[in-house]
Design a protein around this ligand. Sequence first.
Ligand SMILES: NC(=O)c1ccc[n+]([C@@H]2O[C@H](COP(=O)([O-])OP(=O)(O)OC[C@H]3O[C@@H](n4cnc5c(N)ncnc54)[C@H](OP(=O)(O)O)[C@@H]3O)[C@@H](O)[C@H]2O)c1
Length: 318
Amino acid sequence: MILLLGGSGYIGEAFAQVLRQRGESFRSVSRRQVDYTDKPQLLELISNTGADFLINAAGFTGKPNVDACERRPVDTLAGNVLLPLTIHAACSEAGIAWGHISSGCIYSGAKVESDSGTAIQKDLLPILDVGQGEESTPQVTGFNEGDSPNFSFQALPCSFYSGTKAMAEECLVLSQADCYLWRLRIPFDERDHSRNYLSKLLRYPKAYQNYNSISHRFEFANACLDLYKSGADRGIYNITNPGFISTREVIAFIQSILKPSRSFEFWKDDDEFYRSIAKAPRSNCVLNTDKLSRAGIQLRPVREALVDSLENWNKDKD
Ligand SMILES: NC(=O)c1ccc[n+]([C@@H]2O[C@H](COP(=O)([O-])OP(=O)(O)OC[C@H]3O[C@@H](n4cnc5c(N)ncnc54)[C@H](OP(=O)(O)O)[C@@H]3O)[C@@H](O)[C@H]2O)c1
């Protein structure tokens, strides 16, 4: 029996659907029913349900975006650091393993190969936008699970949200928590939703050009469950569709497949973007998914998953 916390949220609802499809016995719990942020109540819940695994899809993401986390640091710390530590305490007391939804947003940039070796480039725009189509386009590889976060309270600047996500990982690793840390990055799929990356791009007045690894929401949830079900070692896993893609390319796919009547504009540069609408620094990064592949789990390459989502846009409305 799997206990799902935060099943009312955008990621939690994908887990609930995938668990149903797979015929897993599970119980989705909202704070409205049980205050699972309180350790004694969580322990009682684990005991009453007979749960032998827990999925933590709860957290404080900030609405409508991460800027809200800058204004609500206490809620952000409570949802993203104290809650996972409370779950760790309860699960270790109950003797069950669990999985936590972490994030790739604790990194900025990627590793770039050149004649002089591999270096971390925090800002990919000057390298990749300039190099587009040229033979000298640099070789970009993503951060792997062993790389220290470079967009965190330990490596400023970062957003408050990213700082708390990195802090939770660090605390759980230091406490040797018996859990998976599943790193999600910019969720998208075929269902129009205010939290879907593709819906956001369709609605933003102007888009922000950058390069990122991204995660198909249902593939992500399935991969997390596959790791658990296959008995893979606990620890950190980057779970994105292999590769990375620029905002411009995603929008080009949207234009050619969905053919929206609107035109798309981009913020001229970071200065205009941050002056006009964004407060907290934004993470843009590439993640390496080799560890997931080595565990026998393969998500579709990023362009294939993206095109499929757009070709099936809103066809499946259940
Ligand atoms: N969406 C993304 O872009 C993204 C990307 C990377 C990682 N993540 C991570 O994935 C997890 C789920 O994110 P999501 O996008 O599904 O968020 P969401 O839609 O806001 O849902 C989160 C759920 O968490 C529960 N919750 C528990 N404590 C909370 C608190 N202090 N404040 C707010 N909600 C709280 C709420 O459920 P109840 O009140 O019903 O219990 C809420 O429905 C988070 O850990 C997030 O950091 C999300």
